[in-house]
Write a protein that binds this ligand. Structure first.
Ligand SMILES: *Cc1c(COP(=O)(O)O)cnc(C)c1O
Length: 350
């Protein structure tokens, strides 16, 4: 079976982790500081705070941007439950909004109708597809970019994450680069990352306030730093695979619209079939050939369903879950595996 996902860990990654293990300092320390400095250099400005997960990064971004109890936070319904968890932990109230049918990202139009009074908006660059940040950026709310699936991707304004009040990242095992677990808050305004760091530094404080241990270890940071060094290679590899799949995609099958974009970091290769029946036929075809493909988000996971809202208000998200199938595109795929998958895609008849 070719797995849908597999971490890509090199000898350099192992050496970087081993050096920390031998150093005598394995908790948050110098490597975490260096990883934060790497992110500031990557964006060319701002401040960064490394944390234990992407969820912790979302929570801290909301806290650092001054969320008040009961504040409304707009989020796309087509997203993982981590968004809900972070909002509830920060004392906010989630307002779910439908997505666009082509990018699967937050619909600016639906935002106007479904959450006109949101104080915060979290825009996810879903599977690497850039959300419409230009339209979502408005003076009446603070904007957080969830870059957990889009590290290194760009839009016309530059690196994803750079155009809003804060950006968050995850280094979970299946993400673009990984430390097993881990997360990051980056913000143009350094006071945001400094507030996040203050919250993370829970121990040995002169003045007590409730804070929390959301720290990353130095060996995770070393592994993530080692992988940051080959971020461009990871992007080129993923783009090359996406292009090859696209070229042989049978008539009638589409993809998430951004897949062909040059500036894109393809995190998932999501095929859109015309209907549930043909999606299931494509899935059966690939599974028979031992290719690990998944439904990237199941219907029951849609956030409006978790919150028991009227499903008729989220037609695009309801539609996407029936038609989508995610194929392996991770950077640990061998050339032989990629060739095998290309041949299998090309053989499918709708
Ligand atoms: C993975 C992910 C998260 C949560 O990150 P964890 O590190 O698993 O806590 C949040 N948002 C998006 C879009 C993600 O893909």
């Amino acid at each position: 079976m070719i797995p849908h996902n597999r971490p890509w860990i090199t000898e350099e990654d192992r050496a970087a982790v081993d050096a920390v293990l031998r150093s005598g300092w394995i908790a948050q320390g110098r490597e975490v500081e260096l990883l934060e400095a790497d992110f500031v250099r990557f964006y060319g400005r701002g401040g960064a705070c490394a944390v234990s997960s992407g969820t912790a990064a979302l929570f801290l971004a909301l806290k650092a941007l001054g969320i008040a109890a009961g504040a409304k936070v707009a989020i796309p319904t087509y997203a993982c439950s981590a968004l809900l968890n972070a909002i509830y932990m920060a004392g906010g109230v989630p307002k779910v909004v439908d997505v666009l049918p082509d990018t699967f990202c937050l619909s600016p139009d639906a935002l106007t109708h479904q959450a006109p009074d949101a104080a915060y908006v979290i825009a996810v660059h879903t599977y690497g597809a850039p959300a419409d940040i230009a339209a979502l950026k408005q003076p009446k709310h603070k904007l957080i970019e969830d870059c957990c699936q889009s590290l290194g991707g760009e839009n016309i304004e530059g690196l994803l994450g750079s155009g809003s009040d804060a950006a968050v990242f995850s280094f979970y095992a299946t993400k673009i680069i990984t430390g097993g677990q881990g997360g990051m808050v980056w913000a143009n305004d350094r006071s945001v990352s400094e507030t996040a760091k203050d919250y993370r530094q829970f121990d040995c404080r002169e003045n007590y306030e409730p804070r929390f241990n959301l720290q990353m270890t130095d060996f995770q940071a070393a592994m993530i730093r080692s992988q940051m060094n080959r971020l461009q290679a990871i992007r080129e590899r993923r783009k090359k695979i996406a292009k090859a799949y696209l070229e042989v995609l049978p008539q009638g099958l589409m993809t998430q619209s951004s897949v062909a974009d040059a500036e894109h970091m393809p995190y998932r290769f999501v095929v859109l079939a015309p209907d549930l029946h043909s999606r299931e036929a494509f899935r059966a075809h690939l599974t028979k050939k031992n290719i690990g493909c998944t439904i990237p988000l199941e219907r029951y996971e849609l956030l409006h369903r978790y919150l028991r809202e009227d499903v008729n208000k989220f037609p695009n998200a309801e539609h996407i879950v029936d038609k989508s199938l995610s194929l392996p595109i991770h950077s640990a795929l061998t050339d032989d595996e990629v060739e095998y998958i290309i041949a299998a895609i090309a053989k499918f008849k709708l």
